[in-house]
Ligand binder design. Structure first.
Ligand SMILES: [Ca+2]
Length: 229
């Protein structure tokens, strides 16, 4: 895979996979900067000093980006940075004037081959202007490692007393499902085991136990997301 604006996270409405955080001032919801809308006049910089993009599914290699605004206003001198924890940052490329055109292509990212979970634009000097409406950021990108925060073994036990028919001949039911998530990244393999057992059938007390177990080669310190539907 090569970097492309057509890859996931590059263009369009990406509010579900990119969390935008703005430092300093800003007129509205920062998520508007990655919602795919390049024309609506509803937000503007207001003392903005940093714009952070957190990718929530995969780390990203980004080697070019675009910025869209209403006017050709300039907003001071900035630089791109990358980070995996949102606190320790590595400069990517040199400084540049933000704006000056309505569609700006950031070529200072051109030398980047590293993958990061966080990217941010950081104000180096000068200041933003409140004059133009701000529209969007797009990224020439490709996926890096999957970002999955899961413990090595997670177990959820749901125990429920249910009104099973005492004459019910079903004593136990087991469903085993194996799901492979993001296998292409070589990172995440999940095994989901759902077991429903009728316990203590002789006593006439109908009790069901459901065990959902996720065992996987997830990396230590990661946490599980479980979706029940
Ligand atoms: Ca937008």
């Amino acid at each position: 895979m090569a970097t492309s604006y057509a890859n996931t996270g590059g263009t369009g409405n990406r509010t579900a996979i990119i969390t935008v955080t703005v430092t300093g001032g800003f007129s509205g919801s920062p998520s508007v900067l990655v919602n795919g809308d390049l024309v609506t006049n509803n937000i503007w910089f207001s003392g903005t000093t940093a714009i952070q993009f957190e990718f929530t599914e995969f780390k990203k290699i980004i080697d070019e980006a675009k910025f869209y605004q209403q006017l050709t206003t300039s907003h001071g001198t900035w630089k791109w940075q990358g980070s995996d924890n949102g606190s320790t940052w590595t400069d990517i490329g040199g400084t540049f004037t933000l704006g000056g055109v309505t569609v700006q292509t950031f070529t200072t990212l051109g030398g980047n081959t590293a993958e990061y979970k966080y990217y941010r634009l950081l104000l180096v000097s000068g200041a933003t202007s409140t004059a133009p409406y701000i529209y969007e950021f797009e990224f020439k990108t490709e996926d890096g490692a999957a970002i999955v925060t899961v413990p090595q073994v997670a177990q959820v036990v749901v125990e429920t007393a249910v009104a099973l028919d005492p004459a019910d001949t079903v004593i136990a039911q087991m469903v085993t499902e194996v799901a492979t998530l993001a296998a292409a990244a070589g990172i995440v393999q999940a095994q989901l085991v759902v077991e429903v057992a009728r316990l203590n059938p002789a006593s006439g007390v109908d009790v069901a136990q459901m065990v959902i177990e996720v065992a996987s080669p997830f990396r230590p310190g990661e946490t599980a997301i479980m979706i029940f539907d």
